[in-house]
Design a protein around this ligand. Structure first.
Ligand SMILES: NC(=O)c1ccc[n+]([C@@H]2O[C@H](COP(=O)([O-])OP(=O)(O)OC[C@H]3O[C@@H](n4cnc5c(N)ncnc54)[C@H](OP(=O)(O)O)[C@@H]3O)[C@@H](O)[C@H]2O)c1
Length: 358
């Protein structure tokens, strides 16, 4: 297969580091550009990252000697890459402008950032759920005046445990959802060393997260109408997002009410049978099973279950009836793998196999 050249923008960040590992020896992609802020530009990656490498797996050799370029050196990135993974910590307006500048330079952008998530002709993709939203890309290209360049985003990490668990149940008419997320510190780009105030503590506030957790699922479950994604108008979602002292993995406690209440057996069967194009095409980072139900009453546990299928699977447990809603359960996904870098890589793999990176 004809491999595509990938730029990793934000290569020194938490998501960027994960991207570098996931893209090592990738069958579809070669990493040809590493980009970050002006502070890192011009340095060898190993010097730019210094002691900031945060993952337990060491920095891959292929990246160490590459020279980091500035994220806004669009000519250089365009000359050396076919598409861009973008995960930067910058003000929203600047991220939006940067991603549009890449697209207008005819680069394809697979973004981990939130800046373009709610733009109606920008698909916000969970590859197993809303591949059909990719059809708006043509309308987006028209708006941007591009022949090839466009932006695809992935949703916030907080929703990627409960949206996969709820999607195969949508046929039963979900009326309302109450969800409380318990989110890892890597979601804030932190480790225990850089976030000591989280040790022996729970912080009941993550800026902007509850709004995203209530709004983004409705876009993911929306429909394409005239080149725009029209968000679903139901179910009603209410969310509370809490930072907890774990390194990786977002766990969600979910209560759900249906119009046509399924049985427990029907819910388990819906999860068991949930597969989509990534599984059918056996994409390199697709989990063999998207949603795995675990029977033990004390599972899923963040530490034990976050790495299922290389951190790309979602685990569910504790399904039982509820006397206020219909059912309650707990679900878990790895926030920097399925919820961030891995979700971006899987999206790019889907684009590649659909011919959308040509
Ligand atoms: N962490 C997660 O679990 C997670 C999950 C989903 C989405 N996200 C999103 O992914 C993005 C990156 O998050 P992160 O946790 O990886 O952040 P991070 O660890 O703080 O890394 C930020 C990256 O952005 C670069 N950067 C900062 N200012 C820049 C500038 N002015 N121009 C160009 N590059 C600049 C940094 O480069 P230097 O090293 O040179 O400063 C670094 O590579 C954010 O939008 C975040 O919301 C994160």
């Amino acid at each position: 297969m004809n491999k595509k050249r990938a730029a990793v923008v934000g290569a020194t960040g938490m998501v960027g580091q994960r991207l570098l590992l996931l893209l090592q020896n990738h069958p579809y992609f070669d990493v040809t550009v590493l980009a970050a802020s002006a502070n890192s530009a011009g340095k060898k990656y190993s010097d730019a990252i210094g002691s900031r490498w945060k993952l337990s797996i060491p920095c891959p050799d292929y990246a160490k000697d590459m020279t980091v370029v500035a994220a806004d050196d669009i000519d250089c990135i365009k000359a050396n890459a076919d598409f861009v993974f973008c995960a930067v910590d910058m003000p929203k307006a600047e991220v939006k402008a940067l991603e549009e500048a890449y697209a207008k330079a005819e680069l394809i952008v697979v973004s981990n950032n939130s800046a373009n998530r709610l733009v109606e002709d920008v698909p916000m993709i969970i590859p197993e759920i809303n591949e059909s939203h990719l059809s708006v890309i043509e309308a987006q290209k028209k708006r941007l005046g591009t022949k090839r360049g466009y932006i695809v985003v992935k949703p916030n990490c907080s929703i990627q445990s409960y949206v996969p668990a709820l999607t195969p149940l949508l046929g039963y008419g979900i009326e309302s959802i109450s969800v409380t997320t318990m989110q890892a510190i890597s979601g804030a780009g932190k480790t225990f060393d850089s976030f000591p105030e989280i040790i022996d503590n729970v912080i009941p506030y993550i800026g902007g997260e509850e709004e995203k957790s209530e709004v983004e699922p409705l876009k993911v479950w929306g429909n394409v109408v005239d080149g725009k994604i029209v968000p679903a108008t139901e179910p009603i979602i209410t969310a509370q997002c809490i930072r907890v002292p774990v390194s990786d993995g977002h766990l969600a406690s979910v209560f759900v009410k249906f119009k046509n209440k399924p049985t427990i057996e029907q819910m388990l069967e819906a999860w068991d049978k949930f597969e989509a194009t990534p599984q059918k095409l056996a994409l390199p980072h697709a989990p063999a099973k998207f949603v795995t139900y675990i029977d033990e009453p004390n599972r899923p546990q963040t530490k034990l279950d976050r790495d299922i299928y290389g951190g790309m699977g979602v685990t569910v447990g504790r399904l039982r009836p509820d006397h206020l809603f219909d059912y309650k359960f707990v679900c878990l996904s790895h926030n920097t793998l399925r919820g961030a870098a891995g979700g971006g890589v899987l999206t790019a793999e889907l684009l590649y196999r659909l011919g959308l990176l040509d």
